[in-house]
Write a protein that binds this ligand. Structure first.
Ligand code: PLP
Length: 461
């Protein structure tokens, strides 16, 4: 039996050096990669994927514990998603957005039905960054105000306003593209900007800081506050108790739209359809992408409240995309809802998070001095690795182009050598497997991490 199928539909065996070289050569010769110095990268050629695993051309098997870029919620090659796309391609592969389409309408309906009370409609985009751009545009037109408050340590995408809203170093080299963006601090108890000693104090002080920022910027100039409901790439920062409800109150007090960026945490990642549902709040706009169809076909969107929808009932909304609500992407989105129900995804995410991951990470924290803190929810967790628990100095950051012997790189190498592909950012080892992961594979991956943490411990001072 063939190990994998090549581009021409031919069955091939692992270990074919020529086939691998061709993939690698075409990539290095012709593909320009995101976020990379083109001369300093060496991307792994992947031959195939299935469920929570993928394989390179030598037949090395990896557990995909980053779910690619935290998008592959239903795993590689889920038969339900593949069939939905094949069936849709066979009956209507594409249709422009100004015509009505059954797949688009059905998916919008299901998203609205699973959203906050008062959710009215969905605007579909091609991914997460443009979803955030369109949410901001809607908030600006709706309120007639221009400023947007976004948090430090956020990632909102790499298009113009989205990269300016981003609160991590990725925005630095892009300069200021949208001058009406202002950053503020959210709660982050482990590295508190507010010198808080308890989570409750952190909430109180973070909200005080936000209200001061609003007042100093001028409440009637602020269209929206955008936040990742749970900050993803920058550390799985779960909001402290009452924080999101407090932001909602401030938005109500000053007539500001509250936008939850659920691109990474929406569609089951933390055991709810949308993460804001775990915190009992009602946003005005919600952005989503990734998990809506596991990224099988690019899709994102904005869930819009009744009030904002009404702004554009008589007045045209100034914006649109050729592929808004692409039928192939929407068919995969509908299948996602079906599969979630059939496979009880939300229940198993909560169960595995509480019963398997949380206690095991608590054990890691006892056993490995390099684990400064662990935090998370559902199937989304981070281990913050440090050189010293007292000073909380981060383990030397991971750097894709960096020295293989650098501590975080060495931790990643230990994981990869043992068959685990983890999500790593700065000094954090993050856990984000496909939501279909079996308990057995989850335990196997945690065992590999346990071993890899002894490498991190070796740098502990
Ligand atoms: N918002 C969040 C929270 C994200 O994690 C990402 C991507 O990682 C984006 C927005 C951008 O999404 P995209 O890469 O689809 O533009």
């Amino acid at each position: 039996m063939a190990d994998y199928i090549d581009l021409n539909g031919e069955g091939r065996s692992f270990g074919d050096a020529e086939a691998q070289a061709e993939v690698r050569d075409n990539d290095r010769q012709y593909v320009f990669h995101s976020w990379s110095a083109q001369g300093k990268i060496n991307p792994l050629p992947v031959a195939k994927g299935e469920g929570v695993r993928f394989w390179d051309y030598d037949g090395n098997e990896y557990l995909d514990f980053s779910s690619q870029l935290v998008n592959l919620n239903l795993g590689h090659q889920h038969p339900g998603l593949v069939k939905a796309i094949q069936d849709q391609a066979g009956r209507l592969a594409t249709i422009q957005p100004s015509m009505a389409n059954d797949a688009r309408g059905e998916l919008a309906k299901r998203i609205v039905e699973h959203s906050f009370e008062g959710a009215r409609s969905v605007f579909f985009t091609n991914g997460g960054a443009d979803a955030n751009e369109y949410a901001i545009r809607m908030a600006r037109h709706h309120t007639g105000r221009q400023k947007v408050l976004a948090r430090y340590r956020s990632y909102h995408g790499s298009t113009a306003t989205a990269i300016t809203m981003t609160g991590d170093p990725r925005r630095w080299t892009n300069g200021v593209i949208d001058a009406n963006i202002v950053h503020f601090f959210g709660p982050y108890q482990y590295r508190s900007e507010f010198y808080s000693e308890t989570p409750e104090q952190e909430t109180e002080r973070a909200l005080e800081h936000l209200e001061h920022t609003i007042q100093l910027e001028g409440p009637n100039t602020i269209a929206a506050i955008i936040l990742e409901t749970i900050t993803g790439t920058n550390g799985v920062l779960v909001p402290t108790p009452g924080y999101l409800a407090g932001v909602r109150e401030l938005c109500d007090k000053y007539g500001i739209m509250m936008i939850c960026d659920e691109v990474m945490v929406g569609f089951g990642r933390v055991g709810e359809w949308f993460a804001y549902q775990a915190f009992d709040i009602t946003p005005d706009l919600v952005t989503f992408a990734k998990g809506v169809n596991s990224g099988y076909v690019p899709l994102g969107g904005v869930v819009i409240s009744e009030a904002i929808h009404d702004t554009f009932v008589e007045r045209p909304f100034p914006g649109g995309l050729t592929y808004s609500g692409h039928p192939l992407a929407c068919a995969a989105g509908i299948a996602t809802f079906d599969i979630f129900e059939e496979e009880g995804i939300l229940e198993r995410v909560r169960d595995l998070g509480e019963r398997v991951i949380a206690p095991r990470l608590a054990e890691f924290a006892e056993k490995h001095p390099s684990v400064g803190e662990f935090r998370g929810r559902g199937l989304f967790w981070a281990l913050e690795l440090v050189l010293d628990r007292e000073t909380r100095e981060p383990l030397v950051p991971f750097n894709a182009a960096g020295d293989a012997a650098a501590p975080m790189n060495a931790v990643v190498a230990a994981c990869k050598d043992a068959g685990l592909s983890p999500f790593v950012h700065f000094n954090r080892l993050q856990i984000a497997p496909p939501l279909i992961v079996s308990e057995e594979d989850l335990v196997k991956a945690l065992d590999i991490m346990d071993e890899a943490l002894t490498v991190a411990d070796g740098y502990y001072t």
